[in-house]
Design a protein. Sequence first.
Length: 304
Amino acid sequence: MHASFWLGKLANLNAARTEPRGIAPHKPLVLLTVIDLIESGDIPDGWVHYDVRLVSRFRDYWELVQQRQRNAPDIPMPFHALGGDKDKIWDRFTADGQPSLAKATTRLCGLDPQLFACLQDAGFRRNARETLVTIYFLPREQVMLCARLGLPTPTTAAITALREDAADFKASQKKGRDSRFKSDVLGGYYFTCALTGYRLDTETSSLVQAAHIHQHALSGNDDPLNGLALTPDAHWMFDAGLWTAIPKGDHLLIRVAHGRFTDSSPQGRNLADLDQKPLHFHEHARIRPAAEHLAWHHRTHKIA
């Protein structure tokens, strides 16, 4: 009974509708983001924090509707509005736990306990995602979102028409998978650089980037296990073949391409000094790079 009630609520969000832009995607994208975070274990108790985990993933979703919306993502508005009387998905609080009356101060939301309980079930999460995707998004957006979420593409007349341009249809699917890769890698490594262990977040953004290990242009591999979270300088050095990592026992050891570069740093951040040290994984990191992808990188760049 609770599941049917909440699926009905998700299908009837108080979402704005305008002639040029259609149904506003802000609220359904926040909910898709929250469902992801519950599934990954980042929301273990029903309390949704306004932080880099929420905002970064929401922005990755927003890229899939950017062409229609043509504006910057505005997550504070739907984050606050989903606690309003018409939706009442959650209760809204300030950072210090007081009731929040404005989007500028809403920094913590407590999910309705019944909805949170429903979202512990994988079948309900799938149904919730399908409901949100099919009701609030345009056909091309549905293709991208289904690719991102691993859902079957709806068999509507509009999507059948999109399939007639096979190249464009595949490009839409690829954009969805690329979006998922970025979110899963950064979240999976807890926004921490695997080379240096450095982590720098603001409330809404992170320094690290999602890097492919086996070059994406060659492999097309969007599995998060083919990814590393790296700071921009570590990412550039990795793609340039100046370092790699090789398995040794329970560790993945950094192997530096000596003789291919010179470096210096008054803070002691020399790449050469990291040789034979293990990759760094935050205590909350959930993923590790797959050995076969690292073997490809090691072999391709011929690092002794």
